[in-house]
Design a protein around this ligand. Structure first.
Ligand SMILES: [Mg+2]
Length: 459
């Protein structure tokens, strides 16, 4: 064997294989465009301490609720994908750009702790959750591990999906609509049961908008029709009853008892304030009570509910409740109190995959929501992951680095709500919220300690 070949062989064995060498060589090259570096498939974990966030960009996919998708770029070509809550806007993430650029994304614990105060209840500022998803994506890619390894040990290889079904205006159609989802392979179903469905029936609805006893009998006809189609034992949840009081909710929950619901959701609003109302409902029915999609944070949104055993199931939203890191905290706190967690998720494949990584680590998981059964191109938005993404009612937990998917650029571009695909965002170079940045870079004209106008940087 020629000497040069022998030397090369020794070098390969000393560095644990061709992949390691390729990674080493690639990491010494200059920084390239995010997309090209990503698609090269090389792990850039050779220089994690030099990794810096360089940009945050976004685009919005037009859907039933929309998917505002964000991308965090770095100086080493690695990028992360995240998503704002479907009914939110990309600005809730982009307004934090100035607090991210220049930071090392691997310090995601510190970053998320600092940005925590930008978030709030009721879907207003789910940008923090979107950033949580994107930072986990980057960290997984850099360390060469699936995101679930950053979260906790994997307890299951596939995650059970629950499939949402929008309301139909007569029981027969509602039954058929839910049954269609069961025929698609979904094992856990949810129906929207608006009180307004029966508003035109004489004597069915009080002026307040709550159903009368007669109205509840009509509403139960919808559930009965669904049960006739899907059977008594298939898990079936119900949501969207309207604006009810605690007493109304108890009447509803008791009327639903014969139908063995998996849960009744969001009977009353503002669970972070009115956990006593939920507790009163729960203690007066055998129908399981669930809420939480509009609550942010363990301490801010869920702790009182959990300490007081006020619900049977909590339902944090994939980003509005804080993203992967925060929902894990919420779940763990709930689990030791015997309260189960379902995940609210009306998002894109990014959202489903991010929550699959999280959900596979949860000891007390009920199911993860899927809200796009009527969108034929939903999974075409993603590539680089196993297809179909949902198979026989489950999502397989990926073992590829990061979230384990990329965007299919062509398909996303076909469905943009607004022109522009991850365009530059100079309008967000200045902080969109709170000007108190720890690591401000650049001159900052101000009066110094002696009252002189200066153009220096003061730490
Ligand atoms: Mg809901």
């Amino acid at each position: 064997m020629p000497k040069s070949d022998l030397n090369r062989r020794n070098f390969f064995s000393a560095t644990a294989g061709a992949g390691a060498v390729a990674s080493l060589l690639k990491a010494t090259e200059g920084t390239g465009e995010a997309q090209s570096a990503q698609s090269s498939g090389f792990n850039r974990n050779s220089a994690p301490s030099d990794l810096k966030i360089t940009d945050v960009r976004a685009c919005t996919v037009a859907t039933y609720y929309d998917y505002p998708i964000i991308r965090i770029d770095t100086n080493q070509g690695v990028y992360g994908l995240g998503e704002v809550f479907s009914a939110g806007v990309k600005g809730s993430a982009l307004m934090l750009k100035a607090h991210l650029v220049g930071r090392n994304p691997l310090e995601y614990g510190d970053i998320l702790r600092e940005l925590r105060w930008s978030a709030g209840h009721n879907f207003w500022n789910s940008g923090l959750g979107a950033i949580d998803l994107a930072l986990h994506d980057i960290a997984g890619k850099v360390y060469g591990v699936p995101v679930w390894k950053l979260v906790g040990p994997k307890l299951r290889d596939k995650v059970l999906i629950y499939c949402d079904t929008t309301g139909a205006d007569n029981p027969k159609l509602m039954g058929e609509r839910v049954a269609k989802r069961q025929a698609m392979g979904f094992k856990f179903l949810k129906m929207d049961l608006y009180t307004s469905l029966v508003k035109d029936k004489p004597g069915a609805v009080f002026p307040t908008g709550a159903a009368t006893q007669k109205g509840l009998e009509y509403l139960c006809e919808f559930i009965a029709a669904v049960r006739d189609n899907i059977g008594k034992n298939t898990p079936l949840a119900a949501d969207h009853f309207g604006n009810l009081t605690v007493k109304d909710s108890i009447r509803y929950a008791k009327a639903f008892e014969p139908y063995n619901l998996a849960w009744a959701e969001d009977f009353i609003p503002y669970c972070w304030i009115n956990w006593r109302g939920f507790k009163e409902i729960k203690e007066n029915t055998t129908t399981p009570i669930c809420t939480g999609e509009q609550a942010f944070g363990l301490e801010e949104g869920f702790r009182d509910m959990l300490d007081n055993n006020a619900v049977d199931i909590i339902h944090p939203d994939f980003v509005a409740s804080g993203g992967i890191r925060e929902i894990k905290r919420i779940h763990d706190y709930a689990a030791v109190r015997g309260i189960q967690t379902a995940i609210h998720n009306p998002g894109s494949p990014i959202a489903i995959m991010a929550m699959t990584h999280l959900a596979c680590t949860m000891s007390n998981l009920v199911a993860l929501e899927f809200h796009a059964a009527d969108m034929p191109w939903w999974q075409d938005l993603a590539k680089g992951c196993a297809k179909p993404i949902i198979s026989d009612g489950y999502v397989k937990v990926p073992d590829t680095p990061g979230l384990g998917l990329e965007l299919n650029d062509e398909v996303v571009k076909e469905h943009l709500r607004f022109p522009g695909y991850f365009e530059p965002t100079p309008e967000w170079d200045m902080p969109g919220t709170s000007n108190f940045q720890r690591r401000w870079a650049g001159p900052w004209p101000h009066y110094d300690e002696e009252g002189k106008w200066c153009n220096c940087v003061t730490e």
